[in-house]
Design a protein around this ligand. Structure first.
Ligand code: PLP
Length: 396
């Protein structure tokens, strides 16, 4: 027996586990202190009423032999028509036509972003922006793949463009970006799509935060860009859009036109999913199907507005304190530069100890994140307001 020794090249713990452990240790040592978490990107608003209604109805269906459901439908790799239809409607409203067979239902974006790697040879070179959501790097390290980085810096507004000298086969793009909050415009995404089509590379486009884009000029799907269907897979999630972090549902789009070495990627993905995945529960899918209805869109808009107000509040606090930041406009993340040249973990420790506020050190997202810090807008309005008061005092 031999281990997959690639696991040994991973950092000791996942970033958010380290943040959580530091928070827990501080809270245990100071039980009287109320520590406010603006760190992990987990939501606080409950599910929308129409989602709850749909899930209750689905539970009742499961209770009767006439309407009981077992395994999901094979034809769409376990996606029920109501859910696939509502996702197609969502895309159609933005001018993107998708076929039912191009949409795959999952238990969230994180699984698929890692699982999709089963389709690609271990010899491929993977391009990952730095800084970015750490799961992309870790999933590729586990598979022993060569990783190259696209530097996202203050100079390029945290939106790197393709470098023709870099021979990337698989490219991760996250827009709106976690952690920087940066969002590609059409020209930026077009540059990546053209590069990928020229090279025969595949883009893995993570649209987990698309619902936070409020500027109508900014693309929310890579398929709004010409040529994207021949080079890009898109990953979406109900987690941040509709508060499904604990319910678990997402969807991945693999267009029919995406073909490499004469093989449609959708065919491989179908084969992979049928072998290693058995679908998302009927109850969950019915809840998700209610999200992109007229009532659902209205109800989630209220929650998104709530988080946007939190982001505005944090941004205003930083502006008034003269701290450089970006993001928070079309994204739930605010990316600030640690004052006085502090390093990310130094700022984390001081903010925890002196203001009892937890954030996420930028260096945990990549080397270019050193000296930066991420705050999230996903807390409650009350806690965000209190955290902002404390930040104000702390930054003085
Ligand atoms: N992609 C990005 C960029 C994320 O930040 C997250 C979660 O924080 C995910 C994907 C995972 O989302 P899900 O809950 O759908 O697995």
């Amino acid at each position: 027996m031999k281990l997959n020794r690639n696991f040994l090249s991973l950092q000791e713990s996942y970033l958010f586990a380290t943040v959580g452990a530091k928070y827990a240790a501080y809270q245990a040592a100071h039980p009287e202190k109320k520590v406010i978490k603006l760190s992990i990107g987990d939501v606080t608003r409950p599910l929308a009423p129409c989602v709850i209604f749909a899930m209750h109805r689905a539970v009742d269906e499961m209770a009767k032999k006439e309407t009981f459901k077992g395994y999901g439908p094979d034809a769409t790799v376990y996606g029920y028509d109501a859910l696939i239809g509502s996702i197609r409607g969502r895309y159609a409203r933005r001018g993107v036509e998708l076929e039912a067979g191009e949409i795959f239902i999952s238990d969230g974006a994180k699984s698929d972003l890692g699982n999709i790697l089963d389709l690609f040879s271990a010899d491929n070179t993977v391009l990952v922006p730095d800084p970015v959501y750490p799961a992309y790097v870790d999933a590729n390290l586990m598979a022993g793949r060569n990783i190259v980085y696209a530097d996202a810096t203050e100079e390029n507004h945290f939106l790197p463009l393709p470098d023709e000298r870099v021979a990337a086969d698989v490219i991760y793009i996250c827009s709106p970006n976690n952690p920087t909050g940066a969002v590609y415009d059409r020209a930026g995404l077009q540059a990546w799509v053209d590069y990928a089509n020229r090279r025969g590379a595949v883009i893995l486009f993570d649209a987990a935060y698309e619902a936070f884009v409020s500027d109508p000029a900014l693309p929310r799907s890579i398929y709004e860009i010409e040529g994207a269907k021949t080079c890009a897979v898109e990953f979406c999630s109900y987690s941040k859009t509709a508060g499904f972090t604990g319910v678990r549902c997402g969807y991945t789009v693999v267009p029919k036109e995406l073909v490499r070495e004469g093989v449609p990627l959708g065919k491989l993905w179908t084969r992979r999913q049928c072998t290693k995945f058995n679908g998302v529960s009927y109850i969950t899918q019915m809840g998700a199907a209610a999200v992109f209805t007229e009532a659902g869109e209205r109800e989630i808009a209220e929650n998104l507005a709530y988080y946007r107000a939190n982001a505005d509040r944090i941004a205003q606090t930083l502006r008034e304190a003269g701290v450089w930041y970006t993001g928070g406009k079309d994204s739930p993340y605010i990316w600030l530069k640690c004052p006085h040249g502090m390093k990310s973990w130094e700022f984390f420790d001081r903010l925890l100890e002196e203001a009892n506020v937890v954030g996420t050190p930028g260096s945990g997202f990549g080397k270019n994140g050193e000296g930066f810090f991420r705050l999230t807008a996903f807390s409650t309005a009350e806690n965000t307001a209190e955290a902002c008061e404390r930040l104000k005092q702390f930054l003085r």
